[in-house]
Design a protein around this ligand. Sequence first.
Ligand code: CA
Length: 236
Amino acid sequence: MSNNKYKILIVEDEVNIQSFIKANLEINDYQVICAETCALGMIMYASHHPDLIVLDLGLPDQDGMTLIQNVRKADTTPIIVLSARSNESDKVEALDLGANDYITKPFGTEEFMARIRAVLRSHRHSQETENTTGGLFRLHDLLIDYDKRQVFIENDEIDLTQTEYNILSYLSMNSGKVVTYAAIIQAIWGYSDYGSVKKLQVNMKNIRKKMGVTPGEKRYIVNELGVGYRMLEDEE
Ligand code: CA
């Protein structure tokens, strides 16, 4: 993949719209990554540093407005909201929170591409030479490099699957807090049903094993039985 391509993150749960936008962007030589939930969108944003985010507001886990707020706490990555909500107050809220543009569904391809180009252009002009640090998470001998999607323990890289990495990075972004099973499931898979708790537990078991943690040991991650998981903070 060439490095001079703009990388665009689409956060959209409707499959048809997601693939329509993706196809159009790729035809126009953009690199595209996708997320179906707000939480996964945050993970992708933190680990891939997209040049622009196309954001739906009606997402299964949280309102897209939350993502705007969270991204703006970190940096000025351009955000184009794509929403079926056409009322003024939603537009105002999104723009007030720091979205760069707002497109109402349904929309035409030409218009969409023109807005993408315009937002990228104006962002490039206004961009300062600020450096995004904070791409690392440390907990004792554990190191997560969000930029490279790599995890190390005592400088040895651990080989995680995509899902395992997503779970671990999600917990690390919420370190110190108990994250419920349902919240993790929604963040990673975008849906919630009882069967997926088992799936989550299997993944957690593999993550711990790969990290060299023996069952019952409270290293890095604490299992709050029947509730969820909590990643420790550095001082703990
Ligand atoms: Ca939606």
